[in-house]
Design a protein around this ligand. Sequence first.
Ligand SMILES: [Zn+2]
Length: 394
Amino acid sequence: MIKIEFCKKCVESNNRFLSSVQHKDKPNTEKKYASFDSEGVCLSCRYFEKKETFNWEEKEEELKSILSKFRSKDGSYDVIVPGSGGKDSIYTSIVLKEKYGMHPLTCTWAPGMYTDVGLKNYYSWLNYGFDNYLLTPNKKVHKIITKLAFLNLLHPFQPFAIGQNSLPLKLAIEKKIKLIIYGDSIKEKAVEKTDKEESILKPRPWHFMENNDEIFLGGESIEKIQKNYKIDLSELNCFLPVRREIVEDSNINLLHLPDFINYNPQDNFYFSKQKTGFEVNPDGRTEGTYTKYSSLDDKLDGLHYYTWFIKTGRGRATEDAALEVRNKIITREEAVLLVKKFDGEFPKKYFKDCLSYMEISENKFWETIEKFRPEHLWTKTGNKWSLKNTVWKK
Ligand SMILES: [Zn+2]
């Protein structure tokens, strides 16, 4: 538990989780939190200040020189671009192919439950002209792990996070492709104190595993999952990361395109709309936030952000607004109002779909939600829960 504070430049909270090694998470695993400096500013805002001093022409030259080392001469795949047909993956794949002459193989870990707009955007991406590997995990197993992840960790999106982390690497090893390029940069949302400055990275701890004993899916050991649900180990295979020694031998490199090219979420939204006909949320804004163009593919998305809000007191509107403040798309004052208005809004549109996917009753759902409200964040008056501290009350 850490006393809640909000960044003085954006609206981010110091209770924001940093990314963890998802496949090791157990119910009692301690979380790492976003760091603020002595002036009360989050490290992501500091990263954006530093970004303003970057020489982007030099960065692009560096990118070109990296790409020239990996570009194939015979047209075979030379880079993997993970994605779903969202604005980041559209931008990255098209720029790599058309501007830098690369031969991308795109790959997708299927959402738990596709939304109509998500599926449409996925096909528009491929129609534009990309080969794609789609891995849709065994649904029986996916549902069980999603349910366990909700009950044990209040993290129904965990199976997606695990799959999305390991699939590109598995594919790169299988296809002998030495480069993976991501369209987003974690530094823009949550900087870790120890973050190194290297622009080309080696696989990180969440990409691989040592052995099966350290694996927990939905917070449960794989031994227990096999026994309790009569599942064969082979059925859990696609959820298991690659072993460390195989990853190390494979010599695969990762990079994040926003570390080399200066673009923001609005730019690549307009780019994607123009190039592939990328469609936004047909309802207008997405539940829990004011934006309409991010995380649209999975009916579990809304629930994912809502559970995050319960555990940390900051939700999807905070995530979006903080990033838009850093990108100077909105001011902090506007962001505060947007957070006040939309953060933590309950995702009712696909609520019934989520319950039936996880085979959880509505009572069990609310019982679980209550269990995960940290005392330092929440207070109850009568039947109504409210946050003890908010960015607009300060
Ligand atoms: Zn900040």
